[in-house]
Design a protein. Structure first.
Ligand code: IVH
Length: 688
């Protein structure tokens, strides 16, 4: 065959195969037999082999392509990927509806129409198409930037590599569109995957969402392809040349371009309509073949959405009405104490495995010894277990068994006197029981390693629970810094490791050795310092040295840091053993430090209009999030502080403000409401 004929035939084959893929994977309505499809596919493969220069990235043969990556690139989203306000309470839904209607009425609109969609329990991703061709795909990440997982998303057969040319009268494929959707794993695939993992001696995934996340984060797209995923599209994040006025039209457009859109979507104008839909979907929930955790209610009219706006994290025009968590009954086989990274010993119920919402649960937390006593839960008892989203399943109550004589029950469970990991005598702290051997207890060290390596900390791929325990048990790591001295040769002989995985982990450690300050801080596991406090501390102090040297008063200048937290932080740094570990750690790592948001003592800050001013925010703001309000202040050179004193310049009082507003009045500090604050900011040249 000559080149020109081959080119034409290839184009024809691709177009036919795409069409059959669409009918099969998106519409679930194939029109040709598998054999007929395979024939077309094989012909295309053969021609592309003969004419390799005619292979293009959007060819159906190129779904699983490219070399494994060593890391995922960071990708900025076309528009922020916000999350939804959510609740399972009907009262909260009613408030959402009321507030929305009020907001629209104020803008002169009384028509309200909602689009109702199932809330898929997967992973939110962005797909970017240019001239109809899939350019890249990214995870949600922090909402602004995510990880580029293009090669992996390409393996999802319901994701078109090229958007479908719509029929006449439908919306044309635009030059640019960024689509948001949810990657999910069907329960059937999930069950098979877990069976395989168990058979291979690996840990199964707790739920399909985690399994989908695991599949999407494989560095080798072959591995993703071996764990088939699906994608439902539900939003256009940004676009050029797309004319849509409503969410309903958005869904139609997405469908028209060959993306999979749920066919369970509906419209309603009333709260009763929402409630009926919620009930109906919940009844169908177990028959869908994938997990959903509620419904999403969205205002249909896109222009009307603009009048309602957003808080920093949630649009005010949408709401996720969740389903109540699932509960099942099973029997406790034993109760084992488990030592966490902070030394807290948690009683864990080992149970007869039970399926809760498609997931097999065999362990559940009993929180602490007082909970065990209060619930009077003992080994051998029948109990009700709850699983909600990805949280650890919990034992919620004991089921009475009147037919069983009380003396047949096991004796009441008690905490052991010594740590199950290091045999140090345990101490009681309120309802909690703690192993005080913070620095030498192997279980605590393993827990600290896992935390340090976790997603929001140094994000070290391949360093999970089992691996950390093994490193500690084998004496490879006696303290966190030693992690960075590990060599591939030491790992290859360990159970579960081979040359490749050993090299990968060493590479991941090397990659993680330049952490951003906030990730490092979070990873240290300082009591009370979660992701957002770590971020605020990093922003405020800029460098680790500045934070480490801060006293309690200095720490309390950070909004959201109260006396208790300040004390915990200084105590952490004062502890000589922590200081020793930190010093060693700092020789292994190069922290990525940024200047504080406003280095208030720098000469540059002095020229800002509000330089040296202190502002305290209290109560809820309606048009700005607290963070946005603080950022505005900082941009003008002011400092947002946590407590009101005589030196405070303004207290901005929002809804339901508490004692800080009273303090301001007592001290005679100027009080602004939200409008007043916005006026102040505008007056100084910030446009909002
Ligand atoms: S809309 C601004 N629609 O639920 C609108 N989200 O926080 C944002 N989700 O992160 C999302 N099904 O991962 C939307 N039909 C649906 C959804 C959906 C599932 C997820 C999404 C989002 C989370 C809500």
């Amino acid at each position: 065959m000559d080149r020109k004929t081959a080119q034409e035939r290839i184009a024809r084959l691709r177009s036919d195969i795409r069409h059959h893929d669409y009918l099969y994977y998106v519409k679930d309505q194939p029109t040709v037999s598998d054999a007929a499809y395979d024939k077309l596919y094989r012909e295309l493969v053969k021609l592309e082999e003969q004419f390799p220069d005619l292979v293009s990235a959007d060819s159906p043969t190129q779904r699983v392509a490219g070399q494994p990556l060593t890391s995922f690139p960071t990708i900025e989203h076309a528009a922020p990927m916000l999350s939804l306000d959510s609740d399972q309470d009907e009262a909260t839904l009613r408030r959402f509806d009321e507030r929305l209607r009020k907001g629209l009425a104020a803008a002169g609109t009384s028509d309200v129409e909602y689009v109702l969609e199932p809330k898929l329990d997967g992973l939110s991703v962005e797909l970017v198409y240019r001239d109809g061709v899939l350019q890249h795909a990214a995870t949600r990440g922090d909402g602004r930037r995510g990880e580029g997982i293009t090669a992996n998303v390409r393996t999802i057969l319901s994701v078109p590599l090229r958007l479908r040319e719509p029929a006449a009268g439908e919306r044309p494929v635009p030059p640019f569109v960024a689509v948001r959707g949810e990657v999910i794993m069907h329960t059937e695939v999930f069950d098979q995957l877990n069976e395989r993992l168990i058979a291979e001696g690996n840990e199964p995934f707790a739920n399909p969402r985690n399994a989908a996340a695991g599949a999407v984060r494989q560095l080798d797209p072959q591995m993703t392809a071996a764990r088939p995923l699906d994608l439902y599209a539900y939003d256009i994040l940004a676009s050029e040349g797309v004319e849509v006025a409503t969410q309903w039209e958005v869904l139609e457009a997405l469908r028209g371009w060959g993306l999979r859109v749920s066919d369970l979507v509906e419209r309603t104008e009333t709260l009763d309509g929402i409630l009926a839909y919620h009930k109906g979907i919940e009844e169908k929930r177990d028959d869908l073949g994938f997990e959903i955790d509620g419904i999403v209610i969205k205002l249909n009219d896109l222009a009307a959405r603009e009048t309602l706006g957003w808080t920093s994290r949630h649009p005010r025009w949408a709401f996720a009405f969740k389903f109540p968590p699932r509960k099942e009954i099973t029997r406790i086989l034993s109760i084992l104490p488990s030592v966490g990274r902070t030394g807290v010993v948690t009683p864990v119920a080992i149970m007869l495995p039970v399926e809760i919402g498609g997931v097999t649960v065999a362990r559940a937390t009993l929180h602490n010894r007082e909970e065990v006593a209060r619930k009077d839960v003992r080994e051998g008892d029948r109990v009700r277990v709850q699983r909600a989203g990805d949280v650890i399943p919990q034992v919620i109550e004991r089921i009475e068994e009147p037919e069983r004589a009380p003396e047949d029950r096991a004796p009441a469970w008690t905490m052991p006197a010594v740590c199950p990991s290091c045999s140090t005598p345990l101490v009681e702290r309120g309802p909690f029981t703690v192993c005080p051997n913070s620095f030498e207890c192997p279980a605590q060290l393993a827990g600290r390693i896992v935390h340090f390596a976790s997603r929001n900390a140094l994000d070290i791929e391949g360093l999970g629970d089992e691996t950390a325990k093994m490193f500690v048990a084998q004496g490879l790591v006696h303290q966190l810094p030693e992690l960075f001295d590990l060599k591939a040769e030491q790992l290859v002989h360990l159970e579960g490791f081979a040359e490749k995985s050993a090299n990968n982990l060493i590479a991941a450690l090397a990659k993680a050795s330049h952490p951003e300050l906030q990730r490092f801080l979070y990873g240290l596991g300082i009591p009370e310092v979660g992701v957002s406090v770590a971020r605020d501390l990093a922003r405020h102090f800029g460098t680790f040295a500045a934070l480490r040297g801060a006293d309690e008063a200095g720490l309390q200048e950070v909004p959201g840091v109260g006396p208790r937290m300040a004390e915990q932080i200084t105590a952490f740094f004062r502890e000589p053993k922590n200081a020793e570990v930190l010093d060693a750690l700092l020789t292994k790592l190069q922290l990525v430090e940024t200047a504080p948001a406003v280095p208030s003592d720098s000469p540059a800050a002095a020229v800002l209009p509000l330089a040296g001013k202190k502002i305290v925010f209290t109560g809820g703001l309606t048009r700005l999030s607290r963070r946005e309000a603080q950022e505005l202040a900082e941009r003008l050179g002011a400092r947002a502080t946590g407590s009101v004193s005589k030196s405070t310049d303004w207290v901005v009082v929002g809804e339901d403000a508490g004692s800080k507003a009273d303090d301001a009045r007592k001290l005679g500090v100027a009080i602004l409401d939200e409008d007043g604050y916005l006026a102040l900011v505008r007056e100084h040249g910030v446009e909002i």
